[in-house]
Design a protein around this ligand. Structure first.
Ligand SMILES: Cc1ncc(COP(=O)(O)O)c(C=O)c1O
Length: 367
């Protein structure tokens, strides 16, 4: 049996450190925010080459508050992509703004900068590119358009801890970046978590207030805020795990390189690593026109796979009111029909990679 992800293997490798960190929070009783969260905010911001980090309870909350800090609200438009996890679009909806979608580049699976300019209207306030699967979007042309039009750029870096674009870390490229620490992410909490990172002290001040009921000081509520605080135990666990993140990322990259090598010269459509990117392989997705059959055949051999994501947001019933139709974003729709995520986690062994690779190769040969 080769699982899609193996959180137990990772826990086994850091059990003592994690238990000591959790015990430390139990001893201080700093269960929400507190010193472990504050230290983690600094450490993760610095890891992401940004000045400030504001810990929150989920990646979705990070996106929501970054948009609010950018001044996004009712009557505004925010541009993002349909080929993403639903949370990207949901966060825009929470602010009262209208999500405006543009198609992806089929090679990178990320926002196509060439599609951006024609989607901008006088109501556009922000651009929200997603670094899908752990590979940064092509940020320079996106930033150039944003600067020309006076728009804020918020990176959805929920899948891209430690990813780089031309040597710049995800988190240091746009005006703000949002991360998720959902357990299965490259840096995952033992519960939920998220963070906004930025170099901007004003955004930082606003988001710090908004995550904690909009209070400047206790009971001095200057903004209409939320209870989006990050828990102390999650801060402590994430500090432990951050110390291992570079090694885990390199292990993912090694596993991806093994898969790539196996698929070179074959009919298997391996994911493209763009020349500007340090891809951190949160997801390793191949493409196939026979996905259902391949998934079942792999499952039959004890190999778990996943689909990220089977329905682009514009075709989800929940977002039918955006008014988009099937066929409007052909690259997103085709990707949603074809992507198949292979097992990918730092502890995946060379032998497991070879077993998965050989099984996929055999399917491609038969197709
Ligand atoms: C691209 C993307 N955006 C946003 C989110 C939302 O993060 P969370 O689940 O922590 O709210 C996720 C992860 O789930 C994601 O993958």
């Amino acid at each position: 049996m080769i699982p899609f992800v193996d959180l137990k293997a990772q826990y086994a490798s850091i059990k003592g450190e994690v238990q000591a960190a959790i015990q430390g929070v139990l001893d201080t009783c700093q269960f929400t925010l507190g010193s472990e969260v504050a230290a983690f905010e600094q450490e993760f911001a610095s890891y992401s080459q940004a000045k400030f980090g504001i810990g929150v309870n989920t990646g979705t909350s990070a996106l929501h508050l970054a948009l609010l800090a950018a001044g996004v609200g009712s009557g505004d438009e925010v541009i993002t992509v349909p080929f993403t996890f639903v949370a990207t679009v949901a966060a825009i909806h929470y602010t009262g703004a209208k999500p405006v979608l543009v198609d992806i580049d089929p090679r990178s699976f990320n926002m196509d900068p060439a599609a951006l300019e024609s989607a901008i209207t006088p109501r556009t306030k922000a651009i929200l590119p997603v670094h899908l699967y752990g590979q940064p979007a092509d940020m320079d042309p996106i930033l150039a358009i944003a600067r020309k039009r006076g728009l804020v750029v918020i990176e959805d870096a929920c899948q891209a801890h430690g990813a780089e674009y031309k040597g710049r870390r995800a988190g240091s490229i746009g005006d703000m970046a949002c991360f998720s620490f959902y357990p299965g992410k490259n840096l995952g909490a033992y519960g939920e978590g998220g963070m906004v990172v930025t170099n901007n002290p004003e955004y930082t001040r606003t988001i710090r207030m908004l995550r904690d009921w909009g209070a400047e000081k206790k009971y001095q509520h200057v903004l209409k805020g939320f209870n989006y605080r990050l828990e102390g135990i999650q801060g402590a666990v994430l500090r432990v795990k951050l110390r291992h993140l570079e090694a885990w990322t390199e292990a993912r990259r090694t596993a991806a390189a093994r898969y790539n090598q196996i698929f070179t010269g074959s009919a298997v459509a391996a994911p493209a690593a763009m020349s500007y990117a340090r891809h951190v392989y949160h997801i390793y997705a191949i493409r196939t026109g026979q996905r259902q059959a391949w998934m079942e055949a792999l499952q039959g051999q004890g190999i778990q796979t996943g689909i990220h994501y089977p329905i682009p947001v514009h075709l989800l019933p929940a977002y039918a009111d955006l008014g988009y139709k099937a066929g409007q974003f052909p690259h997103s729709e085709r990707a949603a029909n074809e992507v198949l995520s292979l097992p990918m986690f730092p502890e995946l062994s060379a032998q497991q990679c070879e077993q998965v690779g050989a099984a996929v190769l055999a399917l491609a040969r038969r197709s």
